[in-house]
Design a protein around this ligand. Structure first.
Ligand SMILES: Cc1cc2nc3c(=O)[nH]c(=O)nc-3n(C[C@H](O)[C@H](O)[C@H](O)COP(=O)(O)OP(=O)(O)OC[C@H]3O[C@@H](n4cnc5c(N)ncnc54)[C@H](O)[C@@H]3O)c2cc1C
Length: 396
């Protein structure tokens, strides 16, 4: 996990340095000219019905954020706190019901605190986690997070992802300079290789255009925008099949369960005071179908015999419960960006590691901290005339 985490951060740093290098060599002369150039379309949202330019200006924005998941919502709050005017466009503002992003590692919780968002794990029935019991062939070992040097509240946190993200969104939207709206971004607005904003459809289906000198794309693992900003190779070595167990307790309080089974691992951890999440890793070849009952059969015959005896009955009941089984791909994507002035990519849209690491949110939050700190000294170019209304991409 630590290795993946370091790789994630290194990817971002490499990307940022590459971006700085690119725009430095390409953009310094432009920056000098910038003050005298007029922005043809204000930093604005245009309501024109076809998303193609002219229309009524309804606002100004320095940064557009696409997607208000873990990365987007945390970033919106951070940039908003730095007085930046941020427009966040999120496809679905309702609480998402997902099997992903339910276990925040202690390192991720520390990043959350660093961003001033530590209270987002309050009031959502989040559970404190100190580590895992590791089980193999009937033997058990206790693996604890190395937290000796930290205060007692620094632990892993598990929760319903949707509840956590709603808390992050609420904090971001509470800032007067952050606008959070429901809409689906359909494409980036690109002129001569420079991203100048986005085209999106609002809740009613109306096509709109939003302009800003910097667009940050955080539209997650099913991103439809990453292909224009990043090398698009994706590996799917396996799928996580997830369902919720009730009426049972894990063998050791505050510890998840990690079973090293054949052909692949099984995880259990609480996501509230009454619910246990089970994730079964199923190799990609010959993935059984949920709809025709093959998956339930696979889980009952091949996986259930490897489950701890005290969880067995709840495991079987959970499989039999209607619509309880969910599936998500475990994607591995290297962060290999095409450096594009005016745009950034972070979170799962940028890179992913296998979900079994439980590191995705920690990487996303860490990248938000890095990006916030790198952007801080540059904000003046975004926020103050004559730079704010220029026909230039964001230049670091
Ligand atoms: C099965 C599974 C289990 C996982 N478990 C863990 C775990 O336990 N711990 C952990 O740390 N990580 C886990 N992860 C990874 C974690 O979920 C991600 O790393 C994290 O959610 C990334 O945050 P994000 O903001 O990049 O993406 P997301 O949180 O997915 O947010 C993307 C947002 O963009 C919005 N969006 C998408 N397209 C558009 C569009 N066109 N226009 C506007 N909005 C759009 C979406 O609605 C969504 O709100 C898991 C992943 C998987 C697949």
């Amino acid at each position: 996990m630590a290795e993946q985490y370091i790789v994630g951060v290194a990817d971002v740093i490499a990307f940022l340095l590459g971006f700085v290098f690119l725009v430095r060599s390409w953009g310094l002369s432009k920056l000098k000219r910038a003050a005298s150039m007029e922005f043809p379309k204000e930093n604005c949202v245009n309501k024109n019905g076809n998303g193609e330019g002219e229309g009524e200006a309804v606002g100004t924005t320095e940064v557009i954020i696409v997607g208000a998941g873990v990365a987007g919502a945390a970033l919106a709050y951070s940039l908003g706190k730095d007085e930046c005017r941020v427009q966040v466009i999120e496809r679905d503002l309702n609480a998402l019901n997902r099997i992903a992003g339910e276990f925040l590692m202690p390192g991720g919780y520390l990043k959350l605190i660093e961003l001033g968002l530590g209270d987002c794990v309050d009031e959502i029935d989040a559970q404190p986690i100190l580590g895992y019991t590791l089980n193999k062939d009937g033997k058990e070992a206790l693996v604890s997070f190395p937290l000796e040097k930290f205060q007692s509240h620094v632990v892993g946190k598990t929760f319903h992802n949707g509840r956590f993200v709603q808390r992050l969104r609420k904090k971001a939207a509470s800032l007067h300079n952050v606008s959070l709206e429901q809409g689906t971004v359909t494409s980036l607005l690109e002129e001569n290789g420079i991203v100048k904003g986005v085209y999106y459809k609002d809740k009613s289906g109306q096509l709109l255009t939003a302009y800003a000198p910097l667009t940050i794309v955080c539209d997650g693992c099913f991103s439809n925008l990453r292909r224009s900003l990043c090398h698009s190779k994706v590996d799917i070595p396996s799928y996580f099949v997830g369902f919720i167990l009730t009426n049972c307790k894990l063998p050791k309080e505050k510890y998840g369960v990690f079973i090293l089974a054949d052909p692949s691992p099984i995880l259990f951890y609480p996501i509230s005071s009454t619910e246990i999440r089970c994730l079964v890793d199923v190799p990609s070849q010959n993935l059984p179908s949920v709809s025709n009952g093959e998956m339930a059969h696979y889980l009952k015959t091949l996986v259930a015999p490897k489950v701890l005896p005290e969880l067995y009955n709840s495991f079987i009941s959970a499989i039999e419960k209607k619509d309880n089984i969910r599936i998500m791909p475990n994607k591995i994507m290297a962060g290999a960006p095409h450096l594009t002035p005016g745009a950034f990519l972070i979170g799962d849209a940028f890179n992913m590691r296998h979900a079994i690491t439980g590191g995705g949110m920690t990487v996303a939050l860490s990248d938000v901290v890095i990006l916030r700190d790198l952007l801080r000294p540059c904000m003046i170019y975004l926020m103050h005339p004559p730079f704010a209304n220029i026909s230039n991409p964001f230049i670091l």
